[in-house]
Design a protein around this ligand. Structure first.
Ligand SMILES: [Zn+2]
Length: 288
């Protein structure tokens, strides 16, 4: 179809500049929201440490917001809590600047290949070498006082990690916990509904009652919030498991409304239930 002539041709498109909001979490530690996923930033004399980097289109605005924090400086270390674009959008910019990019080894492997999600056809292009994590680990590690570790339950992907800042008692967990609405169950890269429960239980063991737990989406959570989530996802997991054992499929699972009592607070669960059911199949089938 031929476009109708209009009086004003747009010579360029206006890129939407995101509004990055910063919230203090403790000494030299901040939560930056608005870049596409929550980002935790520690400033100080040793250089800046970041957990996740928002979407690529927001990397410039995020870098400006980081530079404007008190005691800021060059970013020396970036953690990728997993491979999704909301977490890895600053990789290229910071990788080119010589930053150490830490990730669990599986995250690096995902970023080295093209990925297409089968449920919606969304495509993700593999990263250039410079943008890939350049320091990977399997189980856990330390960076000064910072402790990080693998969330091996496959809560969201098979490469989830947490980063714990003991001095401020802050635990960044990426999408292994969700602060707002239902999480994406990315079974294509290893996540599953049983792993959501297992990952939350692991977070319970790392956190204490005063820990501020920062998810990739939504506000800061407490240990009590995580405990409530363990109960909720545990209930849903049990129901789906029972249905699957009776030979039901994803559509029957959705129709049975196994998350009905949680929807008033959490929103419609249909998409989440369908993905969760598919994740059971993916996880339990022998060649998965
Ligand atoms: Zn994610």
């Amino acid at each position: 179809m031929k476009a109708a002539a209009v009086g004003l041709a747009a010579p360029y498109t206006f890129a939407q500049t995101p509004k990055i909001i910063s919230e203090p979490l403790g000494d030299n530690l901040y939560l930056l929201a608005g870049a596409g996923g929550n980002v935790v930033v520690r400033t100080g004399a040793d250089g800046v440490v970041m957990v996740d980097g928002g979407l690529a289109q927001n990397a410039g605005a995020l870098a400006q917001a980081v530079a404007a924090l008190p005691n800021s400086g060059p970013v020396r270390t970036l953690f990728n809590t997993h491979w999704h674009p909301e977490q890895t959008g600053s990789n290229e910019k910071l990788g080119m600047a010589g930053c150490t990019i830490i990730a669990q080894e599986n995250t690096r492997l995902w970023l080295q290949q093209n990925i297409t999600w089968p449920w919606n056809g969304q495509k993700f292009t593999k990263f250039a070498k410079i943008a890939q994590p350049n320091k990977t680990f399997y189980d856990n590690g330390t960076l000064g006082e910072i402790k990080y570790g693998y969330i091996s339950d496959a809560a969201h992907t098979d490469g989830d990690l947490y980063v714990y800042f003991p001095q401020q008692n802050v635990l960044a967990v990426g999408d292994a916990a969700c602060g707002e609405g239902w999480p994406v169950v990315d079974w294509w890269t290893g996540g599953w509904i049983g792993g959501i429960v297992g990952g939350l239980q692991r977070i319970q063991t790392v956190a204490n009652k005063d820990t501020k737990i920062v998810p990739a989406v939504g506000p800061v959570l407490s240990l009590a919030d995580i405990t409530a989530q363990v109960d909720m996802y545990g209930t849903i997991y049990d129901r789906l498991n029972q249905m699957m054992n009776k030979g039901r499929g994803p559509s029957e699972g959705v129709e049975a409304k196994p998350a009905k009592e949680f929807e008033a607070k959490m929103g419609n669960a249909d998409e989440f239930i369908r993905r969760s059911f598919e994740s059971l199949w993916a996880y339990l089938s022998p060649d998965a």
